[in-house]
Design a protein around this ligand. Structure first.
Ligand code: HSE
Length: 313
């Protein structure tokens, strides 16, 4: 038996929602899992890049483990173990359209795809919450895996006892998201390693206020409040040194009518410009000018939030 799951890209954090907010985007990875019939064949993992604009760098591709250390296999193994079984001989194929190591949830997509496919092969013993919980365990935070499973714009939190609390919210469909993808990679591990262990209370309070504003702004489609909300002091300031041009891009749109905010996508290096009734070509040319001025090639796409999460194909 063979099961395929198509999973959307995701952008986490949205500025102040560090490790708890994320939205799905219409770029997809498809994971196919096949239980092979021949015993002793072990696991086989293949990955095909279908990404034309930002193709997977061959070196990165070669460095992705193709054995039991692969994150898809780890997630699948946890699911099998949760019902007291060991994974069978598996063949895992990944068709990848989501640019890798760019802050667009490529790892969350393959984890979710692998888990949903394996769950179906097992007769669906795990429900959505259980899958989300395993996916978060493997990924380390729920803000990409939750919208990858559910679609749309999602608030998700891993509680201290490990359980996941999550809620899908209503992203205003008229708000455009311009995804700006530079041609350099930044691994989440490196982007997390520059964050401090502790932060000043005033910075924690700053983020709590802005996250509350963001949720209220989205739910009431309040653009003025959204513009005040999209600011962060917990991760973006520390990551700026890893993303050349980030501060200039943020500065370029700060006082523009129609721009609701500019944030790092997940751990970066991609950036999101959120706008309404703003000249999208102007966003593209400004971002291009800044990045290409630093010899950084760009792939810029204006997208709508993908309302659907992972689905069987
Ligand atoms: N919330 C995570 C981070 C997202 O910012 O490190 C990583 O994709």
């Amino acid at each position: 038996m063979k099961v395929s799951v198509k999973v959307p890209a995701t952008s986490a954090n949205l500025g102040p929602g560090f490790d708890c907010l994320g939205l799905a985007l219409p770029i997809y990875n498809t994971v196919t899992i096949e239980e092979t019939v021949l015993p002793g064949t072990g696991i086989e993992i293949n990955m095909i890049s279908e990404e034309e604009e930002t193709p997977i760098d061959e070196m990165i591709f070669d460095n992705i483990p193709k054995d039991e250390n692969n994150i898809v296999y780890k997630a699948v193994e946890m699911l099998y173990n949760s019902i007291g079984q060991e994974p069978a001989e598996l063949k895992i194929n990944i068709q990848s359209q989501i640019p890798i190591t760019r802050g667009l949830g490529s790892s969350a997509a393959v984890i979710v795809g692998g888990l949903m496919a394996a769950n179906k092969l097992l007769g669906s013993p795990a429900d959505e919450t259980a899958l989300l919980s395993i996916a978060t365990e493997v990924e380390g935070h729920p803000d990409n895996v939750a919208p990858a499973i559910l679609g749309g714009f999602v608030l998700a939190s891993q509680e201290e006892d490990g359980t996941i609390t999550y809620k899908k919210l209503n992203w205003p469909s008229e708000w455009d998201i311009t995804v700006c993808i530079p041609d350099f990679e930044l691994s989440t591990n490196i982007a997390r390693s520059v964050l401090p262990e502790t932060v000043p209370i005033k910075d924690a309070v700053y983020n709590a206020k802005h996250l509350a504003m963001l949720i209220a702004a989205v739910e009431t489609k309040d653009e003025k409040l959204m513009k005040s909300a999209l600011h962060d002091k917990l991760h973006q300031p520390y990551r700026a040194k890893l993303v050349p041009g980030m501060e200039e891009i943020m500065e370029a749109f700060k006082h523009e009518e129609g721009i609701l905010g500019t944030v790092l996508s997940g751990a970066g290096p991609s950036m999101l410009v959120i706008s309404h009734n703003y000249d999208l070509d102007n966003i593209k040319s400004k971002v291009r000018e800044i990045w290409e001025g630093q010899s950084i090639k760009t792939d810029i796409r204006t997208l709508k939030v993908e309302p659907n999460g992972a689905e069987f194909v």
